[in-house]
Design a protein around this ligand. Structure first.
Ligand SMILES: Cc1cc2nc3c(=O)[nH]c(=O)nc-3n(C[C@H](O)[C@H](O)[C@H](O)COP(=O)(O)O)c2cc1C
Length: 193
């Protein structure tokens, strides 16, 4: 298979974090993140961050003190070279849990998404493959001055047919899209001299 990465050129190691907009155990978006991890070169790591314990944003709670889990999430994103977000579309938009997390993070001093490279992908039951969610997420990340990868975009439509029952990606064109997007993202993070 064609190797689209110049892995040896990626010095020092690149450390990415992932966010999945779905919390369910059998999430196809989590499976897509796993498939993205599998096509990364050896010197690149991608750790998926969990955020299910994030409380609903409340400015009064913020005034009393930002929750430790939000502070830790901010630290992890600041320390990473980039963020990969894989999310479903809920009712044509961003899932509430993910939007809530971003709203919390947006209130932190040294806002963690500012100038942070971000790649977006999504898997959905429908044929549009989260396109509507992705354009809303791009708008939100624009507000936060993230450096969102422009292209290639990844819309995994009719996603259940592209993974097996254990969540392993079985669709080769989708794997190629993931490979191309991760290559473009790494080139954005570490442009060639
Ligand atoms: C609350 C809710 C709203 C949804 N809205 C949409 C939608 O707007 N568009 C779409 O394509 N699929 C929609 N779906 C179906 C999801 O695409 C499908 O459940 C997908 O597998 C969820 O991602 P996950 O497997 O990562 O959990 C919705 C599902 C839920 C639970």
């Amino acid at each position: 298979m064609e190797n689209t990465f110049a892995a040896e050129a990626l010095e020092p190691a690149v450390s990415l974090v992932g966010l999945c907009g779905s919390l369910r155990s059998g999430s196809l978006n989590r499976a897509a993140l796993n498939a993205a991890i599998a096509v990364l070169p050896p010197k690149v790591s991608l750790k998926v961050l969990e955020f299910r314990d994030t409380p609903v944003f409340d400015a009064d709670e913020q005034a009393r003190g930002v929750p430790a889990c939000v502070m830790a999430m901010g630290d992890a994103i600041r320390a990473a070279d980039g963020v990969v977000i894989a999310s479903p579309e809920y009712n044509f938009s961003i899932p509430g849990g993910l939007k809530n997390l971003i709203d919390w993070l947006s209130r932190l001093p040294d806002q963690p998404f500012k100038n942070k490279p971000v790649a977006i992908m999504g898997a959905a039951a429908g044929p549009l493959g989260t396109a509507r969610m992705q354009y809303e997420l791009r708008r939100v990340l624009h507000c936060l001055e993230a450096q969102v990868l422009l292209k290639p975009e990844i819309f995994i439509g009719q996603a259940a047919s592209k993974f097996d029952s254990t969540g392993v990606l079985t669709d080769e064109p989708t794997r190629q899209f993931l490979r191309q997007q991760m290559a473009a993202f790494l080139a954005q993070i570490q442009p060639s001299p």
